[in-house]
Design a protein around this ligand. Structure first.
Ligand SMILES: NC(=O)c1ccc[n+]([C@@H]2O[C@H](COP(=O)([O-])OP(=O)(O)OC[C@H]3O[C@@H](n4cnc5c(N)ncnc54)[C@H](O)[C@@H]3O)[C@@H](O)[C@H]2O)c1
Length: 407
């Protein structure tokens, strides 16, 4: 059994025993000073199970069969019981365990606490049980694709400020790293970065594995990476249509396919644990967009995926929702001085009579009943709502200042 598959199972055992979120770090040394978490040969259990094809159980696998899930359930139950048995007389959990054949795992309420355990500075887990709404994402592990700039960066910053550990994944690897560094500057470690091309399956699979390696599991996937190539159906080259569709539509399938197994594995050892997948969709996923069919079509399709994934993954305690923002006028997509939509629309005369960027902006703001564009905190509130609300899934939540009203 692959370590990256075992890691979320061990984290789940901690979630179950602590009744609180934990970050889980790994060290390949089997540290003799740690209590042993005895699993009766997870490798043998996994590989000996049923008629699974050879090689199906390594981290390169592309299918995730019912047989694998059944085998993982057995390991999950073992891990849960084994960790419970390691509680001391006061009910405290060890902050680290040794798993023979794999290495050592270290838990903490924050990344810094887990790292202190890894350095041997603490022996008991300091549990912080969520107290209320302000703890909706505290200690939870979030992955934000396209998190280096724009809405993704706003969401990542907002989640980190709310106490989550955030993994910023972007095709712009340098930008993602610089942004994670900025989130960590002068304070606790609350972010990490990964390079990913969400439209490439190998890249997405590697990202999913790295997430388990960085923080031990995954509680929130924000599928945000997106692109826009506007144009008339009469003029837009098909390659542009395909480019937009691959990133805005097909890639959502890929990130869910490869990230949800981590969420499912956690649940084998913590059956009450829930996780969330949120697609950053658009108002253009709820109403057509003139001369912007590639974008709107992919976003409409995203709602279909959200509803379908929601129906399927509810069995594993995973809610799947879409957040549909209105135009983010202050973000780079609109405001970039060279490539932004404002300067493009000004130069191409798309807004009749507009003589400046301010005129173009005023034209679009006037379409919004609330008179302004959508901003990061507006989107963050909708995300927090989706997570906190445990009696809803498969929804598309508009955040458009009233520009789109659901029927
Ligand atoms: N900006 C808006 O007005 C607006 C409105 C509604 C919805 N949205 C949606 O919000 C999301 C973010 O949009 P934004 O305006 O912040 O865009 P943006 O262009 O500012 O940022 C997008 C980020 O995604 C990354 N990215 C692009 N292709 C990628 C790929 N293949 N793999 C990984 N990362 C990739 C980029 O490097 C960038 O960091 C998109 O899904 C978009 O459709 C945007």
């Amino acid at each position: 059994m692959d370590r990256l598959m075992l890691t979320p199972v061990i984290r789940g055992a901690y979630l179950e025993a602590a009744r609180a979120p934990v970050i889980l770090l790994f060290d390949k040394d089997e540290r003799s000073d740690l209590p042993e978490l005895t699993l009766s040969g997870p490798g043998a259990l996994w590989h000996g199970h049923g008629s699974a094809p050879a090689g199906a159980f390594d981290s390169d696998h592309r299918t995730y069969t019912a047989e694998e899930r059944a085998a993982e359930d057995v390991v999950g139950k073992q891990a849960r019981e084994a960790l419970q048995a390691l509680k001391d007389a006061d009910g405290a959990l060890p902050s680290g365990v040794r798993v023979p054949g794999y290495g050592s795992f270290f838990a903490g309420s924050t990344w810094d606490e887990a790292d202190a355990a890894r350095r041997g500075e603490t022996a008991k887990l300091d549990v912080r049980v969520p107290a209320g709404r302000e703890d909706t994402v505290r200690g939870r592990i979030a992955l934000v694709t396209g998190g280096a700039q724009g809405f993704g960066a706003e969401i990542a910053r907002g989640l980190a400020d709310e106490g989550a550990f955030v993994i910023v994944a972007d095709i712009n690897a340098d930008g993602a790293e610089a942004f994670a560094d900025e989130l960590n500057a002068g304070g606790p470690v609350r972010a990490a970065s990964l390079a990913v091309d969400v439209s490439n399956e190998d890249s997405v699979r590697k990202m999913a594995g790295s997430v388990a390696d960085i923080a031990g599991g995954l509680d929130l996937l924000v599928s945000n990476a997106g692109v826009l190539r506007a144009g008339s159906v009469l003029e837009l080259p098909y390659r542009d249509f395909e480019f937009v569709t691959k990133i805005n539509y097909s890639a959502f399938f890929l990130v869910v396919k490869h990230s949800s197994p981590t969420m499912i594995r956690q649940r084998t050892s913590c059956p009450s644990w829930t996780a969330d997948i949120i697609q950053i969709n658009s108002k253009s996923g709820l109403a057509g967009s003139n001369k912007n069919a590639a974008y709107a079509g992919g976003k409409f399709g995203g709602i279909g995926l959200v509803q379908s994934f929601a129906m399927e993954l509810v069995e594993y305690g995973i809610k799947v929702n879409a957040v549909c923002p209105g135009n983010f006028f202050d973000g780079p997509l609109w405001s970039d001085p060279k490539k932004g939509l404002f300067i493009q629309y000004l130069n191409t005369g798309k807004v009749p009579g507009a003589k400046s960027i301010a005129d173009v902006k005023a034209f679009y703001e006037a379409k919004v009943p609330m008179g302004r564009g959508c901003e990061g905190p507006d989107v963050l509130k909708a995300i927090l709502y989706c997570i906190e609300q445990d009696y809803e899934t498969g929804q598309a939540v508009p955040v458009t200042g009233g520009q789109i009203m659901l029927r």
